[in-house]
Design a protein around this ligand. Structure first.
Ligand code: JFB
Length: 247
């Protein structure tokens, strides 16, 4: 997978050099290209923003630098087209299901903005011939889109084949479509078996895999009911057995 990111703060993406995503890049599973938007702002001050038409607070990012920057990225491979992802508080929710959709794409282009966002004509221009998604990582307001891109790149990158390794499957993740969709993962434990008077639940030491699976599902349902009761309402009744309904 290729990922391009255009930003006025490319240094914001240093975390993509480390850990899971960093290793995926070293192994050639993921290819990340960072671009400084100001390289396409040609005035002496390399200006990328201006006052909003119609008045109002803040500044809006000018269309010209973005258009030239996106054109330059598209020119990198004229036989392919990236899916463009625009982080914005006004976007559709970024979910595990959307992450799974994105991991199937060979090329993603993220356009994290600052100020009040990008002149709307930019995505109108590319939306006529490319897939352009406006996406939000949650119902709170950030100062810009870079943190959202870090979140999305990690959520998508960890799903790439070979990144999590054989020891870990994304199938068991909270929210993963299928059995875990709309369910939170339950508690986890490791050695020692007793720590400051707290013991590991006996069932997890039993070696009885069927009972352990049942216990984990019960704990997932309990935690979901406690922390995200609204998700229970969205549970597919077909995935609930009579034991679940007893809880
Ligand atoms: N994804 C996502 C986001 C953002 C976000 C993303 C991109 C930009 C660019 C600029 N801003 C600042 C801003 C713009 C408009 N209204 C208020 C603040 C951004 C915020 N905030 N909250 C989220 N969940």
């Amino acid at each position: 997978m290729r990922i391009d990111i255009i930003s006025i703060f490319p240094e914001y993406f240093a975390p993509l050099d480390v850990s899971l995503i960093g290793k995926a890049r070293e192994r050639g599973i993921l290819d990340v290209h960072l671009h400084q938007l100001r390289d396409w702002a040609h005035d002496v001050h390399r200006t990328v923003d201006d006052t909003p038409y119609g008045g109002g607070p803040g500044m809006v990012m000018k269309p010209e630098p973005w258009g030239e920057a996106i054109d330059a990225v598209l020119a990198a491979d004229q036989d392919a087209r990236p899916r463009i992802i625009v982080p914005t508080p006004s976007g559709v929710p970024f979910t595990q299901r959307l992450a799974m959709e994105y991991v199937a794409e060979p090329w993603l282009l993220f356009t994290p903005a600052r100020y009040e966002g990008i002149d709307s004509r930019v995505m109108a221009e590319y939306g006529s011939r490319l897939c352009v998604d406006e996406v939000s990582i949650g119902d709170y307001v950030l100062a810009g889109g870079e943190a959202a891109v870090l979140v999305m790149v990690e959520a998508v990158g960890r799903l790439l084949p070979g990144v999590l390794g054989n020891a870990r499957s994304a199938v068991d993740d909270s929210f993963a479509p299928g059995e875990m969709e709309n369910l939170l993962e339950g508690p986890v434990y490791t050695k020692p078996p007793e720590w400051r008077g707290h013991e590991v639940p006996e069932i997890l030491l039993s070696g009885h895999h069927g009972k352990i699976a049942r216990w984990r599902r019960d704990e997932a349902l309990r935690r979901t009911a406690r922390n995200r009761a609204e998700l229970l309402a969205a549970l597919d009744p077909a995935t609930l057995d009579k034991h679940d309904r007893r809880l």
